[in-house]
Design a protein around this ligand. Structure first.
Ligand code: NAX
Length: 324
């Protein structure tokens, strides 16, 4: 029998955790034939709630779920971990400056990176969902010098899926007909959803829509969708975020020709090396590769540069705070 894959979810008692854990346990993260064990990491005050979720997971009698642990100790949670989903983060509270936010998250992602460094399995893969996701991933990575840098990634797949859905609705086509969608840069309002490389029925998507819609509707709708969900639901995206995390890890492990993920830059497309930035990526042999050779026109160049500049500022800020 196959050894179970250990999947650790931080922020397990939160709303994304609740939408995510049952899908992992049912086999959707890694495949319908891969047994898993789950480790639920929470802060002490939320351990009891996470235990309640663990009870419900038990009550599903998932055939692939071979064990559950609930803990507030990162060293325990990441001991032997193969897939780490870092969801728990410190949200921005009223009046909080960016520096305070980065500092608070450094206090979470620094120690978690170190715990991954010291305890994880050799094949560990890390996906950071908790915001500011790209920079939190960078902090964790920089605190895990013994883990290959490329194993630290951040989630822009929700933005990618939002872009697919917006374009499909505009063109009245099924999402499956859209290929080569790309989100560039930071998972923030500066992100750049790119229709100049996306294709629908073999045609370039940007040529199937008018320029005004692309610039003034599509890009801001995708970039500000998170805020629109909060406005409508009274709570931030949860099931769709969990779904995107599942998509990201499934494709990383099982392969894909094209999607979007924030991965450490190798300098491609002028993105400074080491920044964890979203790119068009393929996954082959269990590794992400940046899709090469795309032509970037002036419009896209400006958008990519703006979002990458924000990532550079965040990196400088966490350097100044001594977090990396
Ligand atoms: P919730 O506030 O519902 O849950 C967060 C949980 O994390 C809480 O239970 C909290 O106790 C726990 N937590 C805090 N610090 C922790 C630590 N040091 N160790 C372990 N657990 C800890 O938030 P939720 O709605 O689940 O969102 C989680 C994160 O995802 C937020 O940072 C949010 O901004 C981010 N998002 C990222 C998205 C993306 O596309 N990358 C989209 C959705 C979401 O907004």
């Amino acid at each position: 029998a196959q050894t179970p894959v250990k999947v650790t979810v931080t922020g397990a008692a939160g709303q994304i955790g609740y939408a995510l854990l049952f899908r992992i346990a049912s086999g959707q993260l890694l495949g319908a034939d891969v047994p898993v064990t789950l480790s639920l990491l929470e802060i002490p005050q939320a351990v009891k709630a996470a235990e309640g979720t663990a009870m419900e997971l038990d009550d599903c009698a998932f055939p692939l779920l071979r064990g559950i642990e609930v803990t507030d100790d990162p060293n325990t949670a990441f001991n032997g971990v193969n897939v780490a989903l870092l969801v728990g983060a410190r949200p921005r509270s009223k009046g909080m400056e960016r520096g305070d936010l980065l500092q608070a998250n450094g206090g979470i992602f620094g120690p978690q990176g170190k715990a991954i460094n010291d305890n994880a399995a050799d094949d560990v893969r890390v996906l950071v969902v908790g915001n500011p996701a790209n920079t939190n991933a960078l902090i964790a990575q920089q605190n895990a010098p013994d883990v290959p840098a490329e194993r630290f990634t951040a989630m822009t797949r929700l933005d990618h899926n939002r872009a697919l859905s917006q374009l499909a609705a505009k063109l009245q086509v099924p999402v499956a007909e859209i290929k080569k969608m790309t989100i560039w840069g930071n998972h923030s309002a500066t992100q750049y959803p790119d229709l100049f490389h996306a294709e629908v029925g073999g045609k370039v998507a940007a040529e199937l829509v008018d320029e005004t819609w692309l610039r003034d509707t599509f890009i801001p709708t995708v970039a500000k969708r998170g805020a629109a969900i909060i406005e409508a639901r009274g709570a931030s995206s949860a099931a769709s975020a969990a779904n995107a995390a599942i998509d990201h890890v499934f494709d990383w492990v099982n392969g894909t020709d094209w999607t979007s993920a924030a991965i450490p830059s190798d300098g491609s497309y002028g993105v400074p090396e080491g920044l964890i930035s979203s790119f068009p990526v393929a996954s082959r042999g269990g590794r992400w590769e940046i899709v090469q050779g795309l032509e970037i026109d002036a419009f896209s160049r400006e958008k990519i540069d703006a979002t990458v500049a924000e990532l550079e500022e965040e990196r400088s800020a966490v350097r100044e705070l001594g977090l990396i």
